[in-house]
Write a protein that binds this ligand. Structure first.
Ligand code: BES
Ligand code: MN
Ligand code: ZN
Length: 489
C-alpha cells in the first residue's frame, strides 16, 4: 500500500535553520512582510530573500505558488523555497501551497518555517495528497521519500488539527491504489482481502460469497460475473461509531474489469476499464478514513465486486434475469453492467440496514463524460436536502459535482416488450437513463443520491492535488458530508 508522507510538527528553532539540509520553505504574503523565520533566512542569505520578494517574479506569483532559490549562500540547504501565502490563507490556497511543495520536494528533506501561519494543517494535507505516486509495479527502486518537518509556534495544536486530515490522506491513497491497480492483481478475491484487512482498524467486514448471493436472489448482480473465473462478491463494511441510530449507507460499483461482456467493447482504450471499480474504491477509502479518525457516526459501506467477461457461460444480449427486488430485466446490452450490479446491492442495503440515507458511487456511463468532462461528477438525487448537503461538502473540499435531472420521460426509455424493464434506453441522455434505472431500486422514502464518477475517478492529466491516474475523487467530500451532517458532537 502507498502511504502518505509522515509529517512532523516541531517548535520554532531559528538557530537550526542555517545547518538544515534539503530544502527550507518560507511563506511570504502579498504585502512582502517577512515573519521571524523568513527574516532569519534573509539574514543568513545576506538579503537574497528580500531581493526576491521585491522582484517582478514574486509580484507575478499567485497565492499558493512556490519558487525555489537554489544553493543559498550562508545555508547548508540546497534551496530556499519561497511560497506566496498570506497569514490567513483560504483552505484551497493552503492546500495548493502544500501541493506545490510536494512537487518541488523531489526526494529531499523539507523544513517548513510555518511559524504562526493559519491552516498549516491544510498545507500538510496538500503536501501529502500531491506526494502520491503509484510505483508498486516499477522494479527500479523509487527515490527515498524525504522527511517533512513543520516548525510552528504551537506544534501540539497544529498536530491535533492535522490528525484527522492525515486520516483523509490515507483514505484517499487507499482509493487511488485500488483504482490504479491492474485487474490481474486486483481480482475480486484480492479486493475483498484488502477490505477484510481493515478489520484491524476496527471496521466490521463481512464477505458474501456467490452461494449466499444466490440464496438472497441477487440474480442481476450474479449475471454480470457469470462469464468470469473470478467469483462475484459483496463486501459489507460497517463503522459503528455513533450509538444505536440507523446507519448512513454508501454503495459502490466494483467492476474489477469491464470488457463489456458479449457486447464487447472496442479494443482502443479498453485497458482503462481497470478503473471500473472506482466507485467501490471511494466507498472503501471513506470507510478507512472514518475508522482512522474514529468518526462518531454509523456508516455502512457495501461494494459489489465482479468482473465483466465474455465466455461460454456469459450473459447474452436478450437474456432475462430477476432482481432481488423481484422485477425482471431484459439485458439488451451486457456492457450496461454497472446498473445491474448496483440494482441488487442497493436493494439489499435498504432491506438489511434501513439506512437514513444512501449514496451510490459508480463509473457508470461514458455519457456523463460527454456532459461534464473531468471537472464534475454527475449527481442524481430524489432529495433536495441530501443533494444540497453533498454539493456543499464537495465545494468545501474542491471536488466538483453537478446536479443532473431525473424524470418520467427518461424512465419511459426503459420499457421492455417481454420483461418489466430493459437495461438500456436510447443513446441520448444515457447518463440520466442509467440513473433512472438505479432509481427503480430505491425506495421512495429513502433520501438517495447517485454519483456518476466515470469522468472524475481517473484522469490523464494531473489535477491540483493528484498526479495523472486515480484521483480519489469523492473521499474528501463524503468524509465531510458525514462529519457535517451525521456525526454527533
Ligand atoms: N464502465 C462503463 C462506463 C465508463 C466509460 C466508465 C468510460 C469510465 C470510462 C460502463 O459499464 C459502460 O460500459 N457504459 C456504457 C453504457 C451503454 C452500453 C448504455 C457506456 O457508457 O457506453
Ligand atoms: Mn460496461
Ligand atoms: Zn462498467
Amino acid at each position: 500500500m502507498t502511504t502518505p508522507a509522515e509529517i512532523k510538527f516541531k517548535d520554532v528553532d531559528l538557530e537550526a535553520i542555517a545547518s538544515a539540509a534539503g530544502k527550507v520553505v518560507v511563506f511570504v504574503g502579498e504585502d512582502g512582510k517577512l515573519d521571524a523565520g523568513a527574516r532569519k533566512v534573509n539574514t543568513l542569505t545576506r538579503k537574497a530573500l528580500a531581493r526576491f520578494v521585491e522582484s517582478a517574479a514574486f509580484e507575478k506569483m499567485a497565492a499558493g505558488d512556490a519558487a525555489p532559490l537554489g544553493y543559498p549562500v550562508g545555508m547548508a540547504a540546497v534551496a530556499v523555497v519561497v511560497v506566496k501565502l498570506g497569514r490567513k490563507p483560504s483552505c484551497a490556497d493552503a492546500r495548493k501551497a502544500g501541493a506545490q511543495l510536494a512537487k518541488i520536494q523531489n526526494g529531499d528533506d523539507l523544513l517548513i518555517l510555518a511559524g504562526t501561519i493559519a491552516r498549516a494543517e491544510e498545507i500538510s494535507l496538500g503536501l501529502a495528497l500531491r506526494g502520491y505516486t503509484f510505483e508498486t509495479h516499477k522494479t527500479a527502486p523509487a527515490k527515498t521519500a524525504g522527511t517533512v518537518t513543520f516548525m510552528v509556534s504551537k506544534p501540539e495544536a497544529v498536530a491535533k488539527a492535522a490528525a484527522p486530515l492525515a486520516a483523509v490522506a490515507e483514505g484517499v491513497f487507499f482509493t487511488r491504489d485500488l483504482t490504479n491497480e491492474p485487474a490481474n492483481v486486483l481480482t475480486t478475491d484480492d479486493f475483498a482481502a484488502r477490505l477484510a484487512a481493515m478489520q484491524e482498524l476496527g471496521l466490521e467486514v463481512e464477505i458474501l460469497e456467490e452461494d449466499v448471493l444466490a440464496k438472497l436472489g441477487m440474480r442481476t448482480l450474479l449475471s454480470v460475473g457469470q462469464g468470469s473465473d473470478s467469483p462475484t462478491k459483496v463486501v459489507v463494511m460497517s463503522w459503528n461509531g455513533g450509538g444505536k441510530e440507523a446507519p448512513f449507507a454508501l454503495v459502490g460499483k466494483g467492476v474489477v474489469f469491464d470488457t463489456g461482456g458479449i457486447s464487447l467493447k472496442q479494443p482502443g482504450g479498453m485497458e482503462e476499464m481497470t478503473m471500473d471499480m472506482g466507485g467501490a474504491g471511494v466507498v472503501a477509502g471513506v470507510m478507512r478514513t472514518l475508522a482512522l479518525r474514529k468518526a462518531k457516526a454509523n456508516v455502512v459501506g457495501l461494494v459489489g465486486l465482479v468482473e465483466n467477461m465474455p465466455s461460454g457461460n456469459a450473459t447474452r444480449p436478450g437474456d432475462v434475469v430477476k432482481s432481488m427486488k423481484g422485477d425482471t430485466i431484459e439485458i439488451i446490452n451486457t456492457d450496461a453492467e454497472g446498473r445491474l450490479v448496483l440494482a441488487d446491492v442497493l436493494w439489499y442495503t435498504q432491506e438489511r440496514f434501513k439506512p437514513v440515507g444512501m449514496i451510490n458511487l459508480a463509473t457508470l456511463t461514458g455519457a456523463i463524460m460527454v456532459a461534464l468532462g473531468h471537472e464534475n461528477a454527475g449527481m442524481f438525487s430524489n432529495s433536495d436536502g441530501l443533494s444540497t448537503s453533498i454539493a456543499k461538502a464537495a465545494a468545501a473540499e474542491g471536488e466538483g459535482v453537478w446536479r443532473m435531472p431525473l424524470g418520467a420521460g427518461y424512465d419511459a426509455e426503459l420499457k421492455s416488450r417481454i420483461a418489466d424493464m430493459k437495461n438500456v434506453g436510447g443513446r441520448m441522455g444515457g447518463a440520466v437513463i442509467a440513473a433512472q434505472f438505479l432509481q427503480r431500486f430505491v425506495k421512495p422514502d429513502v433520501p438517495w443520491a447517485h454519483l456518476d464518477i466515470a469522468g472524475t475517478a481517473s484522469v490523464k492529466k494531473e489535477t491540483a492535488l493528484a498526479p495523472a491516474g486515480a484521483t480519489g475523487w469523492g473521499v474528501m467530500a463524503l468524509n465531510r458530508l458525514i462529519a457535517d451532517n451525521y456525526e454527533k458532537g
